[in-house]
Design a protein around this ligand. Structure first.
Ligand code: SF4
Length: 330
């Protein structure tokens, strides 16, 4: 089997698929507050086109799929796509990253369709701060979504919490307790330069080591765990008494690019070999034209072969991609 191996010998087995750029909230580290121009529906890949692309990717060794957005649950009948993908032989892990606003009403459908993993983006356990970060209401919906997901049988749910200096420090300890009381893993994510307003500054990044210090002093020491796979972007910990798991995705302070196994498909059919890639490869025209599977396969191989060593956030060479986070997907 041909594999998706880049010039640094990284084998790519994890495809993240954005199914829409639309979202029902406006997180400041991702979207502009107002006047967002979304893609037209006709420009989005259909479920059949996504399924075909995944089958081709599986033939190249991909075995893990994560659906993202924008907010994937605003895409109509998403459970039907999950049903299609969960029946593809070779897919070992089918996950979704959601903001949880629509999760309570869709949790059963998603679970029954074959979704295996859930990551829920939530940056605050305080409705007021939630509103400040997302510029929309909906905090209670997210909490209800987490509960509904646990009730229908989702296990190992992860909460992705973006940490921003002088904004979310007050949430560190409450999230620590939340991980211990509700059996969900909290993953603190360092703020990354992918915001639509280009307002990212290094001074606004709350680093993982600072959060570890606060949790260890305010609750109890954190012990490293080795539960996460080597390719996982997260570094895992648990509290010393074994109750509560905490993870860190430290793209800025501890880049993990040398173990990266991920690439992305945007909602409008562009392959991105890295979250911060400045180049994209269009496969929609192949999918909609008379492109063959072999041509699409070659486009994937070429995209990965051209992958750079990693992001250059910590260098003077860094250029923020034109495409903002909400139309790339987490
Ligand atoms: S920045 Fe790019 S290379 Fe680095 S881990 Fe993320 S996707 Fe992989």
């Amino acid at each position: 089997m041909n594999q998706l191996v880049d010039s640094f010998q990284r084998v790519h087995t994890n495809l993240r698929i954005s199914v829409t750029d639309r979202c029902n909230i406006r997180c400041f580290y991702c979207m502009p507050a107002e006047n967002v121009v979304f893609m037209q529906k006709s420009h989005l890949l259909t479920f059949e086109e996504i399924e075909r692309t995944v089958r081709i990717a599986v033939s190249l060794g991909v075995n893990k799929i994560r659906l993202t957005g924008g907010e994937p649950l605003v895409r109509q009948d998403l459970h039907k796509l999950i049903g299609k993908l969960s029946h593809i032989e070779g897919i070992q892990d089918l996950g979704l990253t959601t903001n949880g606003i629509l999760l309570a009403e869709q949790a059963r459908q998603l679970h029954d369709a074959g979704l295996s993993r859930l990551n829920i983006s939530l940056d605050a356990l305080d409705p007021k701060l939630f509103r400040e970060v997302t510029r929309r209401d909906g905090y209670e919906n997210v909490i209800a979504g987490i509960e509904a997901a646990q009730q229908v049988g989702f296990e190992r749910i992860k909460i992705n919490a973006v940490s921003v200096r002088n904004l979310t420090e007050s949430q560190i300890v409450p999230f620590g307790h939340f991980s211990r009381e509700s059996n969900v893993e909290i993953r603190f994510i360092e703020f990354m330069p992918l915001d639509a307003d280009n307002a990212w500054e290094r001074e606004k990044v709350l680093f993982a080591h600072e959060i570890i210090k606060t949790l260890s002093e305010e609750i109890m020491p954190l012990i490293p765990t080795d539960e996460d796979s080597p390719e996982s972007p997260a570094t895992g910990f648990q509290f010393a008494d074994g109750v509560g798991r905490i993870g860190f995705i430290s793209s800025v302070s501890q880049p993990f690019c040398m173990s990266c196994n991920r690439f992305r498909l945007t909602a409008d059919g562009k392959l991105r070999n890295c979250l911060f890639s400045l180049e994209e490869a269009d496969i929609k025209s192949l999918l909609r034209g008379d492109g063959t599977d072999a041509e699409i396969r070659q486009a994937m191989l070429d995209s990965i072969a051209a992958k750079k060593e990693g992001h250059e956030i910590n260098t003077a060479r860094f250029i923020q991609p034109d495409r903002p986070m909400y139309s790339i997907g987490g």
